[in-house]
Design a protein around this ligand. Structure first.
Ligand code: NAG
Ligand code: NAG
Ligand code: NAG
Ligand code: NAG
Length: 478
């Protein structure tokens, strides 16, 4: 079967480039050689990306008797749930997602795999503070919640009172009122001053790492992320793996999904909506064993839906108008060998002299945390603007070498685990939010057989991502 396509630019470009499979270009129309039935992978749903949202969707759709295939660019599932397996001790060291909130969507998912969770309190006030640009220790009062400090108590009350005005922020979807309250569109720094929550701004910044400059970020995104649920979690604890192996969920999912995941594979072309009545969609994936055609009834995009990521999907004008508005912040995570920290604090935070709230200067290291393996530290890095991985690695090592002091021995810092979480917080400008961006984004669900889920549609929070996906599946897939 051959299908003539009007516009299949990315595939055509690719075919030109590598000069394989023949194609003709009559009257500037492109012809894509879609192979015989037997060479096409047929599925109900093709899922783009095997991170938190994609893996959840794959497991749930199979439970709902739909056939799936996941296209995942790495050799593993799990996205931001990074784990370093220490070859010396055999201990898995978490350097990504490891805590969850006690919500039924979370506990049901873990129960499906028989993975036990335990409630733990992670103190917020146990770190030393160092200015990573100079290596100087900096004396800052630690913030804990609940707190004995009346300033902190008032700031928490003020913050909670603001959150209470916007209960819709707890919803998985962005169901925003029209018009959108002006306060939600303020830069967060202005909002913090206006409502006197200054005393907890550094704490909030610590829970929104990877958001670029938190004071410049739009309040809507800050409030959606630093939610009532997070504050409760700080006070009462959050769920984490009993095993402390944050790869456990994804190991189990990999086993269950088996050959329904194409690893180290990327989408290089798509053909969506050949005509109004044909509901089959084609995806062309580059896999380690060559190119593969997939024909599916629906496409579920779970990767950050930025213009750049969606190039192979041959966007139409409606889609372009939405997705070109997204822009992302930049965030990296790593495990470094040869840092020996003998102080009593489990973490060293980067705080700066002379910045508002002593927030760290970006681009820069956010901090380093001890792990379960002595000599291995979890180090996070952020930037408001694009940086290459190589540049980040260089800056990161230089910064670490500056923080050597009495309690920190650093010999030849070696990066043994490294992952980019960029683009991280995917946002749109205030003008777009005002103009109904999120309403238009929801209206796009199902357009050309394509659906969207993931942190960009809700927040970087497992129960919101899984809850969003769950709703989407029941609204449109079953
Ligand atoms: C989660 O909350 C439920 C009550 O809603 C409780 O019974 C359960 O023990 C909690 N789970 C953990 C691990 O704390
Ligand atoms: C940290 O917070 C806990 C509980 O809120 C408190 O008991 C402890 O004294 C605090 N530690 C420091 C170093 O402030
Ligand atoms: C739509 O496409 C399908 C599959 O290629 C084809 O069988 C059908 O005839 C087309 N319908 C119209 C109205 O062009
Ligand atoms: C080193 O650690 C000790 C406690 O173990 C602490 O009292 C001291 O302040 C730390 N020194 C620095 C420079 O952080």
């Amino acid at each position: 079967m051959r299908v003539t396509l009007r516009a299949f630019a990315p595939i055509a470009a690719l075919l030109c480039l590598i000069g394989t499979a023949a194609y003709t270009q009559p009257n500037s129309k492109l012809s894509l050689p879609i192979p015989d039935q037997g060479d096409i992978l047929e599925r109900d749903v093709v899922i783009i990306g095997g991170g938190s949202a994609g893996t959840y969707a794959a497991i749930r759709l199979r439970q709902l008797d739909q056939s799936v295939v996941v296209i995942e660019k790495h050799e593993r599932l799990g996205g931001h749930s990074n784990t370093y397996f220490d070859p010396v001790t055999g201990i898995p060291v978490a350097y990504g997602v490891m805590t969850f909130h006690n919500k039924s969507v979370v506990t049901d998912y873990f129960a499906h795999f028989n993975i036990p969770l335990v409630n733990e309190i992670f103190p917020t006030n146990q770190s030393e503070n160092v200015d990573f640009t100079t290596g100087e220790p900096i004396d800052i009062k630690p913030i804990s919640i609940p707190s004995d400090d009346p300033e902190v108590q008032t700031a928490v009350e003020n913050y909670m009172a603001q959150l209470a005005k916007y209960p819709f922020l707890e919803d998985e979807y962005y169901h925003l009122p029209d018009p959108i309250p002006e306060d939600l569109l303020l830069p967060f720094g202005a909002f913090a001053t206006k409502y006197r929550i200054d005393a907890i701004v550094p704490l909030i910044a610590g829970y929104t790492l990877g958001f670029g400059d938190p004071l410049a970020q739009t309040t809507l995104y800050m409030l959606k992320t630093f939610s009532r649920q997070i504050i409760l979690g700080i006070q009462r604890g959050t769920l984490t793996y009993t095993s402390h192996n944050n790869n456990e969920l994804y190991q189990a999912a990999e086993k269950e999904l088996g050959s329904d995941v194409l690893y180290q594979s990327t989408v290089i072309g798509a053909q969506r909506g050949l005509n109004e009545t044909d509901d089959s969609r084609y995806i062309l994936a580059q896999t380690p064993s060559g190119q593969k055609f997939i024909r599916a009834k629906k496409i579920l995009v779970t990767i950050p839906p930025t213009r750049e990521n969606l190039v192979p999907f041959d966007l139409d004008k409606t889609e372009e108008a939405i997705f070109t508005q997204f822009s992302g912040t930049y965030y990296w995570t790593s495990v470094i060998r040869n840092i020996y920290h003998t102080g009593s604090a489990p973490a060293i935070q980067n705080r700066a002299f002379g910045t508002p709230y002593n927030l760290p200067i970006l681009p820069g290291v956010y901090g380093m945390l001890n792990t379960r393996v002595p000599g291995l530290n979890w180090v996070l890095y952020g930037s408001s603007t694009f940086m290459s991985n190589e540049e980040v690695k260089r800056n990161l090592v230089d910064s670490l070498l500056r923080v050597r002091h009495a309690n920190v021995t650093i010999t030849e810092p070696e990066i043994v685990g490294f992952a980019s979480h960029s683009p991280y917080e995917v946002v749109v400008p205030v003008e777009a939010i005002k103009a109904g961006f999120y309403r238009n984004l929801h209206a796009l669900q199902g357009h050309r057989g394509t659906y969207y889920t993931g942190a960009a549609l809700t927040a970087h929070e497992s129960h919101l991502i899984w809850g969003f996906t769950e709703k989407l599946l029941f609204d449109h897939f079953v």
